[in-house]
Design a protein around this ligand. Structure first.
Ligand code: PBG
Length: 327
């Protein structure tokens, strides 16, 4: 009779041994909650394709941020949904624009309890829905957009944003915004670069969440889903330009890119579990086809295991509570 030479099951024999043998840990401070605030709303509005997520009024957003801080979440990422849009996204750098007003309110409300972050991109503010301004031929004008990002970044820093989420995928955006911040004395304002942001189908529900005006796609600036090396290259460029944190987005379909980026840079790497990833689990769970809470926690743990130091997720508050309860 021959016996197995190796018995890896020993490490799985009991909850106590398994707990001690765990390689990866997920804690509430590693989670960041994205929040949508819509101008002119009196009451929060549900988002059909994201059950449980709403477009907030200024008031309900303040309560949501307080809840997130109470749950021990590490940060919030604010997105604005303006009432009026134009070709250059004027609402983005207007101090009275919805995102900047919301940022000032939240910064005053939570202070240091969590890190207040803002989306720095023009797509919510333009009437054509692109992340930048358009040239005469209709293409997205990279260098003209950089000027708009610098103005938007300064407006957000003045409103009290601690970390700017540069999600527009324009070349040179990190260096340009960094220089603008430094020139005005905002040397402590952090830059989170959405470095490896892929063009694809998983942002669908988000487009409903921000009433996106986009026709067409973002393939001239976001990455081709076929390209892993190019995602690493983008992260290296952003780190070199002065990003404090780089990000991979979406998360689950791009865990390989996440692991490669983690191995290539020595600054924090975050991942964004996007709206489509959220919607898939919620829809399957609503049908009874998947067990909701374990699926949420497993997906987050997998993103940590692949290399993310922190995760943007619409489940941040719920997951933080599940983790605190020992799940
Ligand atoms: C750009 C931005 C988008 C998301 C975050 N920032 C939209 C896009 O690139 O089309 C998507 C987030 C999600 O799907 O959850 N402002």
């Amino acid at each position: 009779m021959s016996f197995p030479t190796h018995r890896p099951r020993r490490l799985r024999q009991s909850p106590a041994v398994r707990r001690l043998a765990r390689e990866t840990h997920l804690v509430p401070s590693q989670l960041v909650l994205p929040l949508f605030v819509r101008e002119g709303l009196a009451e929060p509005q549900p988002i059909g394709s994201m059950p449980g997520v709403v477009q907030h009024s200024l008031d309900s957003m303040r309560r949501a941020v307080t809840d997130a801080a109470d749950a021990g979440v590490g940060g919030v990422m604010l997105f604005g949904v303006p009432e009026v849009r134009d070709a250059r996204g004027s609402g983005a750098d207007d101090p009275n624009g919805i995102l900047n007003v919301a940022t000032a309110l939240v910064a005053a409300e939570v202070g240091d309890a969590l890190v207040v972050q803002t989306d720095l991109c023009l797509d919510e503010f333009t009437d054509h829905g692109h992340c930048g301004v358009l040239a005469a031929d209709g293409s997205v004008d990279n260098d003209a957009t950089l000027e708009r990002y610098a103005a938007m970044g300064l407006a957000q820093a003045r409103a009290g944003s601690v970390m700017l989420g540069l999600s527009g995928m324009m070349d040179g955006q990190v260096a340009h915004v960094r220089a603008a911040l430094d020139a005005e004395g905002y040397t402590d304002t952090l830059i989170l670069a959405y470095s490896a942001k892929y063009a694809g189908a998983f942002y669908g529900p988000f487009r409903e969440a921000v009433d996106s005006q986009l026709k067409g796609d973002r393939r001239t600036y976001q990455l081709d889903p076929a390209n892993g090396r190019e995602g690493v290259r983008e992260a290296l460029i952003d780190a070199e330009e002065g990003a404090d944190v780089v990000m991979v987005k979406p998360a689950l379909p791009y865990l390989d890119v996440l692991a490669d980026v983690r191995a290539s840079v020595d600054i924090p790497v975050w991942a964004y579990q996007v709206s489509g990833e959220y919607a898939m689990v919620e829809a399957a769970a609503a049908h009874g086809w998947i067990s909701r809470e374990p699926a949420i926690l497993e997906s987050l743990l997998s993103i940590r295991r692949a290399g993310a130091d922190a995760i943007l997720t619409y489940w941040a508050v719920e997951a933080a509570r599940l983790l605190a309860a020992g799940r």
